[in-house]
Design a protein around this ligand. Sequence first.
Ligand code: CP
Length: 348
Amino acid sequence: MQTIQPLGWFFLDDEMKHFLSTTDYSRTELQHLLDQSAALKQHPVSDVLAGKTIALMFLNPSLRTRTSFEIASFQLGAHAVVLEPGKGAWGIEFEPGVVMDGDAEEHIVEVAGVLSRYCDAIALRAFPQFKDWSVDREDRVIRSLAQHASVPVINMETIVHPCQELAMMRTIQDHLGEPDQRKLLVTWTWHPRPLNTAVANSALLMASQFGMDITLLIPDEAYRLDPQFMQQAESQAARSGGRIQVSQDIEQAYRDADWVYAKSWGALPLYGQPAQEARLRAPFKHFMVDEAKMALTRNARFSHCLPLRRNVKATDGVMDSNDCVALDEAENRLHTQKALLLELLGGQ
Ligand code: CP
């Protein structure tokens, strides 16, 4: 089965590569992963990574990411070890040069070094701390792991979610074919808590690499995404022939959309101030995706990274309709992460 052999595109320059952000890769390289994932969907089980190991480190909960990475590893013949620092494993300090007299029992320097001796790759989920965005926006936790690891590091969600991006674009291509110039609506939705901006950042980053005509629908200027992601997406769109516009007009944003992608996130100017943010967010429950809004689109598909609170972010009617492809996207986490593992663990 030649189609599922690693092509080594991620190692063309013989340099070890991490998978921290899709922006480190070209559209051609990302499309290669997406093509490989389609082949792997047809041939799900093999021993192409027999004897390989990966550590999956979760600082935060997960259903899809953990399950899909564990099963992807198993179905390719590799072994995945799940670690939950602070629960089943020692708590980790990530800051350099600190006096470690708090809760953390060991430092990322040793954790990265030890796991690099045991494993062929290390994957990490480390959500932001939701205290100070000027700190969290630097993504220091995963960058410190990548700095001290001598094997590839995979981002399982920090302030971006590149694995979700792969699944999102695989699903778009499965349903729409070529994504160029197709209208993608990324809509903010209300949620009881201010959530991570990672998936929204990532949706913009990936869709802009692939030439999509993107509308970011927000209820207030405070819900704009961080300029580092807005600007990166805009420059990628300029190169790919895509477009990005920001709208607060629900009807205009939904009209003629080909794809509706929903996500909740907190207002960055009120980061670390949940009570104030809740007051700003309170009037915007009507951003929930419902049948009337979907009727404005060009028979758009609806998707979401999941988990999703029904009748808060999207109605039962939307979730249970034939246009909802959130489960297809969740399934594609498995196929796309297999393609990623194949390249990172088997590509040299
Ligand atoms: N979409 C996603 O990453 O799901 P989990 O948080 O359950 O892993």
